[in-house]
Design a binder for this molecule. Sequence first.
Ligand SMILES: C[S@@+](CC[C@H](N)C(=O)[O-])C[C@H]1O[C@@H](n2cnc3c(N)ncnc32)[C@H](O)[C@@H]1O
Length: 207
Amino acid sequence: MNAPRQIHWNNIYATKLVNGVSWYQDIPEKSLQLIHQFMPVERQPAVIDVGGGASRLVDALWAEGYRSLAVLDIAETALAKSQARLGSASEHIAWLVADVTDTKLPNDAYDLWHDRAVFHFLVEPEERSRYVQLLRQALKPGGVLVMSTFAPDGPEKCSNLTVRRYDCDEVGRILGPTFKLLLSDREIHQTPFQTQQAFSYCVFQKL
Ligand SMILES: C[S@@+](CC[C@H](N)C(=O)[O-])C[C@H]1O[C@@H](n2cnc3c(N)ncnc32)[C@H](O)[C@@H]1O
């Protein structure tokens, strides 16, 4: 576990309101749309939201009938907020406090891996390769990755941390040939501070 990183993120969620951070969404519409399209609830997929923070994605998926849900985040304070919001439903969700670049997950465990605004913080190549190694190992063959990062014209920093910006072809080059790009999209995110951020949304399938 990268201690300064964990302290940073724990502190963010301990000191800010859930809707007082730039990445807040009432409803994560684009993520939901892509999940519905590529991993519908009828398949009863196993889903992990990596770096899920206090996002309401898990609430929406639970309400729609997705029943195998895990949320991983380095910040316990973020997961605690989601748990409190979800009440008794939270007992049916796996909450994993972990650094995605330095943890283990079971092999072939998930049908869908969702990441909004986490991978772009990995500015060191070794961290990115550890992330990709874990993703490759934990996603089932045929499983789907929905990844959203700041786009090439998006912000250079988030939460005071430098990010790396991507289009989906560049994400694909980092993921390597085990992942096939199914869809490239963009979204202009309206922050709670009335500013705009360009995001890339990329869907890949693990071959
Ligand atoms: C910009 S927020 C996005 C949160 C959420 N995905 C959303 O869309 O609301 C980035 C999240 O990634 C988490 N995070 C950052 N680095 C991480 C790491 N190495 N491992 C796991 N989580 C991490 C942070 O705690 C934070 O919740």
